[in-house]
Design a protein around this ligand. Structure first.
Ligand code: NDP
Length: 257
C-alpha cells in the first residue's frame, strides 16, 4: 500500500529540540513517506535538528534558515526551497513567541511592544509564510498551524499569547478563503498542554496539565506524537474536504464546561 504522503514535499517550521511539537510531527510525516524540508531560526535549533535527523536516519531534502520576524528572511527561505525542491505540497507552521514577562500576572498589564511582538511572531507569521508558500504549491497543498485553547477561553497567565492565538485562528479562516481557489487548504490543530521549551515560559504549566488529567474525558494529557498524527491527517488526502478548521487534540478537554 502506498504511504499517505509518499512523494510529497512538506516544509516543517519550528523544531527546536526533541520535545518540540514539530518534532512529533516530523516523525509522523516521515513514517508516512514525506520528503521533508526544515526551517529554523537559531543556530542552537539547527544543531539539535541535524543531530535528531541523524539519530532517526531521516534524510532531509533541505534545511534552511528562516526568521519569521523578517519578510526578507521568509522570502529568501522560500526562494531557497524553490531552488532546491521546486514544488511543495504542504507546510507545517509550529512557531510562536511572547516575552516571558507577558505570560504571567494580569493581561491588562500587557505592554504595547509585548502585544505587537506576540502578534507578529505567532500570528502574522502564518500570513507571511502562506503568501510565500502558495507560490510553490502549484499542485495544490495543505498548510497546518498549531494553536491552543487560550484563543477561545481565558487561560490564566496565557494572556497576550491567547490573544495572538485568537488572531492566528481567525487568520486560518481568512487565509483558507484566499488560497482555497488554488486548491490549498489551511487548518489548525489545537493541542492540549505539552511540556516543551516554549511551554516553560507559560506560568503554572504543571497546574494546567493536572487540570487536564482530572477533567478531560480521556483523563490524561496528550503528547507530541498525537499532534503529529492529527497534523498528518490535515496534510494528507484524507482531509481533502476540510479547510479553515480548528481541530482539538486535547483528550476532549475543550468540551468540558
Ligand atoms: P518549541 O519551543 O519547541 O517550538 C517553538 C518554535 O518557534 C521554535 O522552533 C522556535 O525556533 C520557533 N520560533 C520562535 N520565534 C521564531 C522566529 N522569529 N522565526 C522562526 N521561528 C521562530 O515549542 P512548542 O513545540 O511547544 O511550540 C510549537 C507551537 O505549538 C507554537 O505555536 C505553540 O504556541 C504551539 N502550542 C504549544 C502547546 C504546548 O503546550 N507546548 C500547546 C498548543 C500549541 P528557534 O528555536 O530557532 O528560535
Amino acid at each position: 500500500m502506498t504511504k499517505l504522503l509518499e512523494g510529497k514535499n512538506i516544509v516543517v517550521m519550528g523544531v527546536a529540540n526533541e520535545r518540540s511539537i514539530a518534532w512529533g510531527i516530523t516523525k509522523s510525516l516521515h513514517n508516512a513517506g514525506a520528503n521533508l524540508i526544515f526551517t529554523n531560526r537559531q543556530e542552537r535549533s539547527y544543531k539539535k535538528l541535524v543531530k535528531l535527523l541523524d539519530k532517526h536516519e531521516i534524510e532531509p531534502k533541505a534545511v534552511v534558515s528562516c526568521d519569521v520576524a523578517s519578510d526578507e528572511s521568509v522570502q529568501e527561505a522560500f526562494n531557497e526551497i524553490k531552488e532546491k525542491v521546486g514544488v511543495i505540497h504542504g507546510l507545517v507552521h509550529s512557531v510562536a513567541f511572547a516575552k516571558r514577562e507577558e505570560l504571567q500576572g494580569e493581561y491588562v498589564n500587557t505592554s504595547r511592544d509585548g502585544f505587537l511582538l506576540a502578534q507578529e511572531i505567532s500570528a502574522y507569521s502564518l500570513v507571511s509564510v502562506t503568501k510565500a508558500a502558495q507560490e510553490l504549491m502549484t499542485e495544490g497543498g495543505s498548510i497546518v498551524t498549531q494553536t491552543y485553547i487560550g484563543a477561545e477561553q481565558v487561560v490564566p497567565g496565557y494572556n497576550v499569547m491567547g490573544v495572538a492565538k485568537a488572531s492566528l485562528e481567525a487568520s486560518v479562516r481568512y487565509l483558507a478563503e484566499d488560497v482555497g481557489k488554488r486548491g490549498i487548504r489551511v487548518n489548525a490543530v489545537s493541542a492540549g498542554p505539552i511540556r516543551t521549551l516554549s511551554a516553560k515560559g507559560v506560568a503554572n504549566f504543571n497546574e494546567k496539565s493536572h487540570v487536564v488529567e482530572e477533567k478531560a474525558p480521556l483523563r490524561r494529557n496528550i503528547d507530541q506524537d498525537e499532534v503529529g498524527d492529527a497534523t498528518l491527517f490535515f496534510l494528507s488526502e484524507l482531509s481533502r474536504g476540510i479547510t479553515g478548521e480548528v481541530l482539538h487534540v486535547d483528550a476532549g478537554f475543550n468540551i468540558i464546561g
